[in-house]
Every structure is written in structure tokens, then in C-alpha cells.
Design a protein around this ligand. Structure first.
Ligand SMILES: Cc1cc2nc3c(=O)[nH]c(=O)nc-3n(C[C@H](O)[C@H](O)[C@H](O)COP(=O)(O)OP(=O)(O)OC[C@H]3O[C@@H](n4cnc5c(N)ncnc54)[C@H](O)[C@@H]3O)c2cc1C
Length: 416
């Protein structure tokens, strides 16, 4: 069923009785060309581009819970392409361009909203670093504007410009950045992939791998064995668990990241605003809630919930730039399990086991990457070669030293 203003009107006249399910609830077949483990945004985007761009539709996406139940449905929905390093710039810009055409591509309202992402700076040194990043972006044709304090004040007069510790001196603005509704992204990709024949199989946990002659030839699941010529993993914080079943140890640690949403208030925050002297970011959802978050919890965990000291730390960061936040009640908080890599950048590559392919290491920035991640992973699965745009996200960079450390933090996953 094609979604349009006319289908909406037709359904409205019929009491919304004739909507068909957005995707088929498939049962597993015995074998596929490709199995993708993980029904998050990355797995489903991969299935969509595999079927659409490469014509490979004999594909199953296996999800242990329901699609979008992982980080795809837990993030703070920020999308942007304001990166500095050569490995990252073209990849995240491809993602941004795919976001810009996503709703037409999927025929689905993913509420992509380019309301701008503003990174605040609080010192001259930080302004210089932002100027450098903005220049790198502009050299690659990506929009970036360095704002002084007055320009920021015009956009966001409610910020605390004269905070004694962290005065706001200005900001780096990417107007094309913004937000997208995360669960709608998952549903849109699922619907488009399912329409082309991809099987989306929920409640199907992968419990092991089938090996034949040194090659991965399928998976064992809670719903039986399923064979495939290629198996791709897109399981975010569960990557190390799954790869250990194949006898692999990856440079990935799992950490919790929390997020928060407040009660709804009148429209106040124009776009996404981030604190430059600590870790805090905020935007306002279309329902009016302030959606915000900060740092990861800093210890390894597979639990989808965090601890109170981090809640305090996030709220302190928020109060430093936005004192009126203290008047707003928090409605909900939750956590997701992040696949933190040693240099803060992802891995889209073959595993050192024939037949097995990896999509991981998204840290807490993988939502914005969803379209490009799916695009490049589909290319890898279809052609058995790295896509030009994601070619630096190789697994062996940790052995060769070609790290992509965007933050310059060193090999500490909890700091990325
Ligand atoms: C609180 C929070 C805020 C964030 N904010 C942002 C943000 O603002 N912007 C941004 O760009 N990124 C953000 N991120 C990061 C982003 O959400 C993730 O990097 C991205 O969603 C990862 O997508 P994914 O599809 O790889 O993983 P997921 O959505 O986690 O999908 C993986 C799926 O694999 C399934 N799975 C796991 N093990 C198995 C198994 N054995 N068998 C079958 N299925 C399995 C899981 O159930 C899950 O559904 C945030 C993350 C969190 C938690």
C-alpha cells in the first residue's frame, strides 16, 4: 500500500479499517542468500539497500526481540555530518544526503527535521578547534557556520551566556543537522525491505553459528537452524557476545548510555544544542518534551539501564547552559548498550572468518549513520568489497595503526 494524502483521506472516510500491516511477520525459511542479525536501524537499512540497490532480496533480518527494541529506538535522534577527519567526513555526509531523501525513498514519514545542530564553545581554544572543524566541513561542501555569542543569543536567548565557569562565547552551527523520529526510521526501512521480499523475523535470537569447512554457513537460533551464504552482524552492544560464539574477540566494549525526556512544554529549543565544556545535548521533540542526554556510564555492562551519578552529571551539564531546565520535570529515562570501539569509529568489514561480516563500533553516534551504514554494509555483503565511502572502517586498522580518533581521546572506549 502506497502512503499518500489520498490514501490517508480514503482511510479516514472508511474509519481507518483498511490499513494493511506495514511489513510481513515472516517465519524463517531453511536458507537465504544473506542473513542479517539485528533488527535495528542498521540491519534493516542494510536489508533495504541490499534489495533495492543490488537486487538481493532473498534476505532474512533476524531480531531477538522486536525491531527497534535496541539502540535504534532508544537514542536521542540527532543527525548531523559535522565531522573533521578524512575517514569520517564523506561517510557522514553521505548519510546526511540519504537522510535528506529518505522519506521519498521509503514512502514513509520518518519526521526528518533539519532544525540545526549547534555546538557551543566556551573558550578561545575551543573556538579555534571548532573553526578548524567547520573549515574542514566547508572544504568538503558541507554547511558550517561559526557564530559569535550575539548570533547564538539571537537563536537561543534562554541560554546562560554569563555562567561564571562556562560562559558561552559562540557556537558551530550545522543548519542541515537536526533530528529524525527513530522508531519511524526503523519501521520505514522494515516496510520497504519487506515489500521487496526481505523476511523480517522477530523473536528469533541467534544462539550460535554453523561452520562448514572453516566457513560460516548459517546460524542456530531460538527458532531453529537457518543457512545462508553470508551472515552479517548488526547487533550493536551485543556484538562481543555474538562474536565470542564464533570464537572471535573484537576491539569493542559494551557500555550503557542513558537518555531522558521531560514533560511537554511550549516550543522553546529551536534545534539541537550541545554543551562544549561538558557532556550534555538537548533538543525538543515535536510533542514538546525536552530530549536530552550526556556521557556514557563509564563501566562495561549489557544492562539497558544506567546509574544515578550519571543522571546527576547529565543534569549538571544541562543546568550549566540552560538553568530553566531545573523547572522542568523529567518524565522518563532509559539506557541502551553501546558498541564502543577503541578509537570511537565504526567497523564495516569482513570478519576474519569467511562468510561472516561485521557492522559495529557505532559508539553513541550510530543513529545519524544509519542510512550510510546500511548503504556501505549492503555493498560489502553484495560485492564482497569495502564501499569507497566507508573504506577506512576496516577491522585491521587496530593492528596497522590507522585509527580514526575523531575526538583525539586515545585508545579508551569509555572516553569516545
Ligand atoms: C540513549 C542513547 C542515545 C543515543 N543518541 C544518539 C543520537 O542522538 N545520535 C546518534 O547518531 N546516535 C545516538 N545513539 C546511538 C545509536 O542509537 C546507535 O549507535 C544505533 O542506533 C545503533 O543501531 P544498530 O541498528 O546498530 O543497533 P540496535 O538498534 O541496537 O540494533 C541491534 C539489534 O540486534 C538485536 N540483537 C542483539 N543480539 C541479538 C541476537 N543474538 N539475535 C538476534 N538479534 C539480536 C537487538 O535486539 C537489537 O534490536 C544513542 C544511543 C543511545 C542508547
Amino acid at each position: 500500500m502506497r502512503y499518500s494524502i489520498f490514501s490517508l483521506m480514503r482511510q479516514a472516510l472508511r474509519g481507518h479499517a483498511d490499513w494493511t500491516p506495514a511489513w510481513r511477520d515472516a517465519a524463517p525459511k531453511r536458507a537465504y542468500d544473506v542473513i542479517i542479525v539485528g533488527g535495528g536501524g542498521h540491519g534493516l537499512a542494510t536489508a533495504h539497500y541490499l534489495s533495492k540497490v543490488y537486487g538481493i532480496a532473498n534476505v532474512a533480518v533476524l531480531e531477538k526481540g522486536w525491531i527497534g527494541s535496541g539502540n535504534a529506538g532508544r537514542n536521542t535522534t540527532i543527525i548531523r555530518s559535522n565531522y573533521l577527519l578524512p575517514g569520517n567526513v564523506p561517510f557522514y555526509e553521505l548519510s546526511m544526503q540519504l537522510w535528506e531523501g529518505l522519506e521519498q525513498d521509503l514512502n514513509y514519514n520518518a519526521m526528518v527535521s533539519q532544525r540545526g545542530v549547534l555546538n557551543l564553545y566556551h573558550s578561545d581554544a575551543q573556538r579555534d578547534a571548532y573553526a578548524r572543524r567547520g573549515n574542514a566541513m566547508r572544504m568538503h561542501g558541507i554547511d558550517a557556520e561559526l557564530l559569535n555569542a550575539n548570533a547564538v543569543r539571537r537563536m537561543a536567548p534562554f541560554l546562560d551566556f554569563d555562567n561564571a565557569r562556562f560562559p558561552i562565547h559562540g557556537g558551530l552551527l550545522q543548519r542541515r543537522g537536526g533530528t529524525a523520529r527513530h522508531d519511524a526510521v526503523v519501521w520505514g526501512y522494515a516496510r520497504a525491505a519487506s515489500d521487496r521480499g526481505v523476511d523480517i523475523i522477530q523473536n528469533c535470537e541467534v544462539t550460535g553459528f554453523i561452520r562448514e569447512a572453516g566457513r560460516i554457513t548459517g546460524v542456530t537460533t531460538s527458532r531453529g537452524e537457518i543457512k545462508a551464504a553470508k551472515v552479517g552482524l548488526a547487533v550493536a552492544g551485543n556484538t562481543s557476545r555474538l562474536t565470542s560464539l564464533a570464537g572471535l574477540r573484537l576491539p569493542i566494549e559494551s557500555h550503557v548510555l542513558q537518555a531522558f525526556v521531560s514533560e511537554s512544554i511550549k516550543p522553546r529549543i529551536p534545534g539541537v544544542i550541545t554543551f562544549g565544556a561538558g557532556h550534555f545535548y538537548v533538543s525538543q521533540s515535536d510533542k514538546g518534551g525536552l530530549v536530552f542526554g550526556g556521557d556514557i556510564d563509564g563501566y562495561n555492562s549489557y544492562a539497558q539501564r544506567g546509574n544515578l551519578p550519571t543522571v546527576e552529571d547529565v543534569c549538571e551539564g544541562g543546568m550549566a547552559i540552560l538553568p530553566s531546565l531545573g523547572r522542568v520535570r523529567v518524565l522518563r529515562s532509559w539506557g541502551g548498550v553501546m558498541d564502543m570501539s577503541m578509537d570511537g569509529s565504526p567497523i564495516i568489514d569482513r570478519a576474519p572468518l569467511p562468510g561472516l561480516y561485521l557492522n559495529t563500533g557505532w559508539c553513541y553516534g550510530g543513529f545519524k549513520a544509519t542510512p550510510a551504514s546500511g548503504w556501505c554494509f549492503a555493498h560489502l555483503l553484495a560485492r564482497d568489497e569495502l564501499h569507497e565511502v566507508g573504506r577506512d572502517y576496516r577491522l585491521d586498522r587496530f593492528a596497522t595503526g590507522h585509527l580514526i580518533d575523531e575526538k583525539g581521546q586515545g585508545a579508551q572506549p569509555n572516553l569516545h
